[in-house]
Design a binder for this molecule. Structure first.
Ligand code: LLP
Length: 404
């Protein structure tokens, strides 16, 4: 994404023209960025050679999943819907892991029938349920057990998952007794220890701590885990301040860890694969002037992009055409929804905007469309993919008829 003269250009296309042609609000993805992110991840972790399972919850667009699958990634799914979509997108079952605290029986049955790589269980009750179903199906099912390593991910509390008080995983004590139970089960095959301490992690130290905990716990079990699933969570630079997880340091601590344990590493990244490949193009409907602050009312709202309302997340907003005119008051970008939290960000430095101008909200490829809703009975936006010199509609805009 660069400005050519005055126009913003994303991989050769002007978002303003896309907005005019396909209407707004409009999600637009860059395949180039997705490829770059995957290559980058693979390169940095080359010596570890992990199985990379894309966290489908970050973005479940079928065409994007197809592309990601063809680039060699598997999938991390958390529901039957995500599992079906991953399979329909051509991702092979032996590259799919199933996470989540509340897998229903029919989801477990489906996962077993489809012979996925691993069901990562999160409680004793779930393990008993998987065992019961496996017995009925006369199968030995490969499972992982998710450990809660009680590690602070130093990220937003809403997206932190690896502390004692969180609902995810089991404590060390329970982990040890569950390992003993599963080892002796006729219908379960213990293959994996899994963890996931949180999302948007920018510091490698929590990962280091997590690895130390895993090291200690595995040593106590004296069990040889074929897989260690380290989850996702790799953070990205949303605010352009060069704060981003240092892959190299994370890779070195994993390499140290692997000197002791001969396991295959699994990653479940979502955000780091797709966040910076997504743009939300939107148009200014009205400008409501105030003394100190103008409200820039755009046609995208919290139903299209929920992250700011839900986590107070910051996303860069940029104009699609530079006009060189400065403002001397605050611009607050808000949507049309009848909620005070329907706002994107307030900025001091921006160019002067006019009604009908276009803007782009950046880094929305992860947890953008996948968290969207029909709140206020607003149809969900269309999705485009820039694929080389081509534009492809990969998600149709919902119509009002769809909602009636
Ligand atoms: N694996 C598990 C078990 C997870 O729960 C998650 C995310 C991931 C992998 C992928 O994490 P990532 O690499 O994307 O950080 N809606 C929030 C993020 C919630 C993440 C939930 N779990 C947001 O918009 O920031």
């Amino acid at each position: 994404m660069i400005y050519k003269k005055k126009d913003l250009v994303i991989d050769g296309f002007k978002p303003e023209l896309l907005g005019k042609k396909y209407s707004t609000p409009l999600y637009c993805y860059s395949l180039k960025n997705i490829k770059k992110n995957i290559i980058d991840l693979k390169k940095n972790f080359k010596k570890i050679n992990p199985l990379i399972c894309f966290a489908v919850k970050a973005n479940s667009n079928k065409i994007l999943l197809q592309k990601i699958g063809r680039l060699g990634l598997g999938a991390d799914v958390v529901s039957m819907g995500e599992l079906m979509k991953a399979l329909k997108s051509g991702i092979r079952p032996n590259k799919i892991v199933f996470s989540g605290v509340g897998k229903a029986s029919k989801e477990i049955i489906y996962a077993i029938e489809k012979k996925i790589l691993l069901i990562n269980a999160e409680s004793k009750s779930e393990i008993l349920e998987i065992e019961k179903i496996a017995k009925l199906k006369k199968r030995k099912v490969d499972i992982g057990i998710r450990l809660n390593p009680n590690t602070d991910a130093k990220t937003l509390s809403q997206i932190s998952t690896g502390k004692r008080g969180n609902k995810f995983g089991v404590s060390e004590k329970n982990f040890l007794s569950l390992v003993d139970y599963v080892k002796n089960s006729k219908f379960l095959n213990l293959k994996c220890l899994s963890v996931h301490i949180g999302s948007q992690i920018l510091d490698h130290k929590p990962y280091e701590k997590m690895l130390k905990v895993i090291d200690k716990v595995i040593s106590k079990t004296k069990f040889n885990f074929e897989f260690i699933d380290l989850g996702g969570g790799m953070g990205i630079d949303y605010e352009n301040n060069n704060k981003k997880l240092n892959f190299k340091k994370y890779a070195s601590s994993i390499k140290r860890f692997l000197k002791k344990f001969n396991s295959k590493i699994i990653f479940e990244p979502g955000r780091s694969i797709i966040a910076n490949a997504g743009y939300l193009i939107s148009k200014v409907i009205y400008i409501k002037e105030g003394d100190k602050k103008d409200f820039i009312i755009i046609d995208a709202a919290m139903n299209d992009l929920m992250r700011p309302a839900l986590y107070n997340a910051k996303h860069k907003i940029i104009p699609t055409k530079k006009n060189g005119k400065k403002i001397n008051k605050i611009y607050e970008f808000v949507g049309p929804i009848c909620e005070s939290t329907d706002k994107f960000s307030a900025v001091k430095k921006f160019q002067k905007l006019n009604e009908k101008d276009f803007i782009v909200i950046c880094d929305v490829g992860a947890y953008g469309m996948s968290l969207s809703s029909n709140y206020n009975l607003r149809p969900k936006p269309a999705e485009l993919l820039i694929e080389g010199s081509k534009i492809r509609v990969i998600g149709k805009r919902q119509s009002l008829k769809d909602l009636m």
